[in-house]
Design a protein around this ligand. Structure first.
Ligand SMILES: [Zn+2]
Length: 447
């Protein structure tokens, strides 16, 4: 109370902050969302009712069951975001969630919010009193009921009420989209809308320095939101960048001077850019940036003489370092022992994989932030390196389905034709008829 009194008594500045948000076009709703909306029953007018939970006061004309589900989703999302930022929510977040505007009495919605509601979007209106570093903020969310929009706006409202600001536009909107798409189950996976995935995969990648422009463009778009989400999702979940992303976010939210994207990620800008492009190229719902992160610290060496290098390759990860530096045209022998699984219900298979090539050991060469085309390996044989660089390996599977893979292959690698031949591994695990033989015939050169 003392805090509030001193603020009102010696008010230095009072400003209204309007966060007008752009959302996906209506057609963007996924089939799953549409089904769940229909399942809620006919869109009859139910009037406007208040619903309370620990952190939210929601005024809405949604049917009661749907309003309760919305409240639960908001609480779950807010719990995640407050744990992430390490600042508990101390003020009720008030939301006006509109299913049908005709259900609302005239004057119930702030006139400043009506254009956004009519545009099928959302807006967060905030009033903030500041005195020096102290502030008191009150936000109101106005949002259509479409899944995701209330969560997006609620992130803005929480940030305004907790930090007094939401950060630069790329961070503010990127993190609001992270909140929108965050799901309790499989929380690190991509859950964004299919139209966002398609747009990001099919578009020329927007340069990171363009995404982190501090000012909002005069005509913002859902496409800009998609790029901001992609960057925030990557940096927030990839273990190479996540430890720096949270302090950066807190610095932006608390207005710490001199801290910005360039200062934090400038020294690793090429690594960030590489993983950002890799993420966009492989983006699918279910993709896990944490499991596909690049091991930048791995040391690679040129193999000497006939000695071999041994490494473990996990089925449940993306490209993993072999620690072997290879040369273009060089021939290398390999022998892979053990089995792995490409799904919790699948049978264990060798590095030859199945007939459809799922589970097959694959190689790729990395050099100067560029990659060769992936090439097939298997349990036993040789390959010719398509370029100079570092050899990386992985278990072939759809990029968005590696989280449920398990098992490890123990791989030995050496220069072909030098020293003792590598031992041929005993065939273990279930094989598709013929696959092992074909692989053996193709690769019978051994060492
Ligand atoms: Zn927003």
């Amino acid at each position: 109370m003392a805090h509030r009194r001193s603020l009102s008594q010696s008010l230095v500045s009072c400003l209204g902050v309007v966060l007008l948000c752009v959302v996906l076009p209506h057609a963007a709703e996924s089939a799953g969302q549409a089904v769940s909306r229909q399942a809620a029953g006919p869109n009859v007018s139910v009037g406007v009712t208040d619903y309370r939970s620990k952190n939210f006061l929601v005024h809405t004309d949604l049917p009661s069951a749907e309003a309760q589900r919305l409240l639960a989703r908001l609480e779950t999302m807010l719990g995640h975001m407050t744990r992430y930022w390490g600042r508990p929510n101390r003020k009720i977040v008030e939301c006006y969630v509109v299913d049908r505007l005709t259900n609302w009495p005239t004057g119930a919605i702030d006139p400043r919010a009506l254009p956004s509601i009519r545009a099928n979007a959302g807006i967060t209106l905030s009033g903030i009193l500041t005195r020096g570093n102290r502030f008191s903020a009150k936000s109101r969310v106005y949002s259509v009921s479409r899944r995701g929009t209330p969560q997006h706006e609620a992130v803005h409202a929480y940030c305004m009420q907790t930090f007094g600001r939401t950060g630069p536009v790329w961070y503010s909107e990127g993190m609001a989209e992270v909140g929108n798409y965050w799901r309790e189950k499989d929380s690190k996976a991509v859950h964004c809308n299919a139209i966002v995935v398609n747009y990001l995969r099919r578009s020329k990648p927007k340069a990171i320095h363009e995404i982190v422009q501090p000012r909002r463009p005069p005509r913002d778009s859902w496409q800009n939101y998609a790029w901001r989400w992609a960057l925030c999702h990557l940096l927030g979940n990839n273990p190479n960048y996540a430890p720096r992303f949270r302090p950066l976010g807190l610095a932006l939210l608390t207005g710490k001077p001199g801290v910005n994207f360039q200062r934090v990620y400038g020294p690793v800008s090429r690594e960030v850019a590489f993983e950002y492009l890799f993420f966009l190229q492989h983006l699918e719902r279910g993709f896990r940036v944490d499991l596909c992160s690049w091991d930048w610290k791995a040391k690679y060496r040129i193999p000497r003489g006939g000695s071999s290098v041994t490494m473990l390759i996990l089925a449940g990860r993306g490209w993993q370092p072999s620690r072997l530096r290879v040369t273009r045209g060089g021939q290398y022998a390999y022998s892979a022992k053990g089995t792995w699984k490409t799904g919790s219900e699948e049978q264990p298979i060798s590095a030859d994989g199945r007939k459809d090539k799922t589970g097959r050991l694959m190689g790729i060469i990395f050099d100067d932030y560029t990659l060769s085309k992936p090439f097939e390996m298997g349990t036993y044989g040789t390959f010719t390196s398509p370029m100079d660089g570092k050899l990386l390996l992985r278990c072939r599977d759809r990029w968005n389905e590696i989280a449920d893979n398990s098992g490890t292959i123990k791989l030995r690698l050496k220069i072909a034709g030098r020293g003792k031949p590598l031992p041929r591994p005993k065939q273990t695990g279930q094989q598709d008829a013929g696959s092992s033989k074909t692989a053996t015939l193709k690769k019978r050169t051994g060492s």
